[in-house]
Design a protein around this ligand. Structure first.
Ligand code: 5GP
Length: 131
């Protein structure tokens, strides 16, 4: 089972932002920006473009709902979206609150946010998602 499947199953703790029967969203543990969120299908598939059209579409529709919640919860100009998948072999979409294009630079040093701060951000996103 991938680490992200174990997170979605609740076996490994995460800062949960949103979920439904098929998809799960949680804060990236090494964020490039405050509110950096990952959205995954519960079904374990490594490469996002191996998802069939229906699941790929549904993942994006769910991610858009999460992105709107992120945008309301975290001050930003827009929420950016990226797919890398070079580290974790379980398809996922990165949602990143943007102030400028540098916020999408995955090579820069990651933020070190306290547990309390991460909890607070996730709770605010979850609250907005529920609206
Ligand atoms: P990618 O596979 O898209 O290249 O990168 C995987 C992303 O997942 C990275 O941004 C990394 O910080 C994040 N990540 C890796 N392991 C964990 C984890 O156990 N928990 C959380 N919340 N994020 C993780």
């Amino acid at each position: 089972m991938s680490i992200f499947s174990r997170i979605a199953e609740g076996e490994i703790p995460s800062y949960k932002c949103a979920e439904d029967e098929r998809f799960y969203a949680f804060l990236d543990i090494n964020p490039v920006a405050e509110g950096h969120t990952l959205v995954i299908p519960r079904r374990e598939v490594d490469y996002i473009f191996d998802l069939d059209d229906e699941e790929l579409s549904a993942l994006h529709v769910f991610a858009a709902r999460v992105a709107r919640a992120v945008g309301r919860a975290v001050p930003c100009r827009k929420v950016g979206m990226a797919v890398l998948g070079l580290e974790v072999p379980h398809a996922h979409i990165h949602l990143i609150p943007l102030q400028g294009e540098g916020d999408m630079d995955f090579r820069k040093e990651k933020l070190h946010l306290s547990d309390e701060r991460m909890r607070d951000i996730a709770a605010r996103i979850a609250e907005e998602f529920a609206k």
